[in-house]
Write a protein that binds this ligand. Structure first.
Ligand code: URA
Length: 253
């Protein structure tokens, strides 16, 4: 990040005023005075203004992105394919909350809040994820839906109970509480309906809504609170389950 931008983000001054502060020789990086406002810094560490270390409060942000097909859900890609992070283009260090396969579209969250990302993807919180799957070999019959609901046997173990309903002869809406690799595709395969296309339409309390493919929006403070609240409720429920059964459930997946 540019040095002047860092100072502005830290609340030292406006961007323009921060440039002057740097040019005036009042800013040091690792003990050396720097007078170039565009000097590249990784973060606040080692930066001082008038001899005082900079205390930066980097804002915690969460974005919802509608991932298009062909975009990878990692922060960086060695093969230089487009990433979900590049769709937002923030100067903050964002990373995706969990993963979607490259051919899967829909809602993915990005954040610079490591603790929140960790909790949202930790199997023990069982955050619900809802997918819309268009499948082969229609029509999807009640027996297949029942199997999806009660759990199907996969090579890494039986899946937890899910919600499944038919939206059309070849379209299912499926809510799962685990985040195993290619889970929905493997579940649909297991009941005889390979997935043709898959879209995530909800993650925890958040819905994809009318966000266009490739578009993003920053979550409001109320939405982030709702995310945190859903985690707190889940951890409360887990605590009650554990004390009533006398044991803790092992993490899913
Ligand atoms: N299930 C899948 O099969 N793929 C995903 O990307 C997410 C869920």
């Amino acid at each position: 990040m540019r040095l002047a931008k860092l100072l502005a983000t830290a609340g030292v001054a406006s961007r323009r005023a921060a440039e002057l502060i740097v040019r005036d020789g009042r800013v040091a990086v690792d003990g050396e005075t720097v007078i170039d406002p565009a000097f590249d810094v990784a973060g606040a560490e080692g930066v001082s203004v008038d001899g005082r270390p900079l205390a930066v409060r980097v804002p915690r942000v969460v974005y919802a992105v509608n991932k298009p097909r062909g975009v990878v859900s990692t922060a960086r890609d060695p093969q230089r394919r487009p990433t979900v992070v590049s769709l937002v283009g923030s100067s903050l260090r964002l990373y995706p909350v969990g993963r979607l396969d490259i051919d899967v579209t829909g809602l993915i969250l990005l954040t610079n809040d490591g603790e929140l990302a960790h909790a949202l993807t930790h199997p023990s919180f069982e955050v619900p994820r809802t997918y819309r799957a268009v499948v082969a070999r229609p029509p999807v019959r009640e027996a297949a839906l029942r199997a999806l609901r009660s759990g199907v046997e996969l090579e890494d173990g039986r899946t937890a109970p899910a919600q499944a309903r038919r939206l059309a002869a070849d379209t299912i809406e499926l809510t799962i509480h685990e985040g195993r690799k290619r889970q929905v595709k493997r579940m649909c395969d297991a009941v005889g309906h390979p997935v043709r296309s898959l879209e995530r339409i909800a993650f925890g309390p958040l819905r994809l809504g009318d966000l266009a493919p490739g578009a993003h929006r920053r979550l409001s403070a109320a939405e982030v609170r709702a995310l945190r609240l859903s985690l707190a409720r889940r951890s409360g429920r887990r605590g009650r389950d554990a004390s009533s059964s006398g044991s803790r459930r092992p993490p899913a997946g």
